[in-house]
Design a protein around this ligand. Structure first.
Ligand SMILES: [Zn+2]
Length: 126
């Protein structure tokens, strides 16, 4: 098994600033487009807003967008390590394939806390 102990494990989470900018962009767009969208579609859904040209963020585990439950940023090495460990223990090829692309920090993985908890529980009872 690969050991990924890096001396810079305390590197700052660069997501924080970007998240804020993304949020501001979305809010600005919602204000601009609310009238048009309501005229065109009647009902404005969360996903229709996010799909305009904004890269939709989905949960690493269930691939559902985070608009209802909220997604967390997997920007700590602890989460990355734990998820990788669980995926290996469970031989979860679905997750392993995703993690093969890079660690959760590199691929900017997002997750539902309930999905992460479910994975941990599954690994614990395996
Ligand atoms: Zn999920």
């Amino acid at each position: 098994m690969l050991v990924e102990i890096q001396p810079d494990s305390a590197r700052p989470c660069s997501k924080k600033k970007r998240r804020k900018e993304e949020k501001e962009t979305i809010e600005a767009r919602e204000v601009e487009t609310t009238q048009d969208e309501e005229a065109n579609f009647g009902v404005r859904t969360c996903s229709s807003v996010e799909r305009l040209d904004y890269e939709e963020e989905v949960c690493l585990f269930c691939e559902e967008p985070g608009c209802t439950a909220g997604l967390h940023c997997a920007c700590t090495h602890d989460i990355n390590r734990n998820v990788r460990k669980c995926a290996i223990e469970l031989e979860d090829s679905f997750l392993l394939a995703k993690l093969a692309a890079g660690d959760m920090i590199a691929i900017e993985a997002k997750y539902h806390s309930k999905c992460l908890a479910a994975l941990y529980n599954k690994a614990r009872s395996a």
